[in-house]
Design a protein around this ligand. Structure first.
Ligand code: ZN
Length: 134
């Protein structure tokens, strides 16, 4: 298990990308829009890690709500897991809240799931399945 990426809520994606370009050595950039999650994203890759910048695509959605409540900043931490189903089973057996229940497709097409911050002392944790194609 290792850190896959850190998700950062931003109010203006282009401005945030320009800011990070000024201080970080970015090896690859990818941009995408997720209608399901109601976000525009920029994935900023480094030699060994990635930042996922998230701008709300509209007034609704989890990231829009996050910014309304807390302002821009670190939104979630994502770890890679070998087997998402095993990880979700373990999480529910131990009483962790998965939101929404079960796995879904992440921005990169891989299967992901989120553990609610109320289960983890205020941290939203994303589980990213990176090794299998289902
Ligand atoms: Zn993420």
């Amino acid at each position: 298990m290792m850190i896959d990426h850190i998700g950062i809520a931003v109010d203006a994606l282009d401005d945030a990308v320009k800011l990070y370009r000024r201080i970080l050595k970015i090896s690859k950039e990818e941009f995408a829009v997720s209608q399901d999650e109601k976000v525009k994203t920029a994935l900023l890759w480094f030699d060994n890690g990635m930042l996922e910048l998230l701008e709300p695509a509209g007034r609704e959605g989890a990231v829009a709500d996050f910014i309304k409540k807390r302002g821009p900043g670190i939104h979630h931490i994502a770890v890679s897991v070998d087997n998402l189903d095993d990880s979700l089973r373990k999480a529910s057996e131990n009483g962790f809240a998965v939101v929404p229940p079960g796995a879904r497709r992440g921005i990169r097409g891989n299967r992901v799931a989120f553990i609610h911050p109320r289960s983890l002392k205020g941290v939203l944790l994303e589980l990213c399945e990176t090794t299998t194609q289902k």
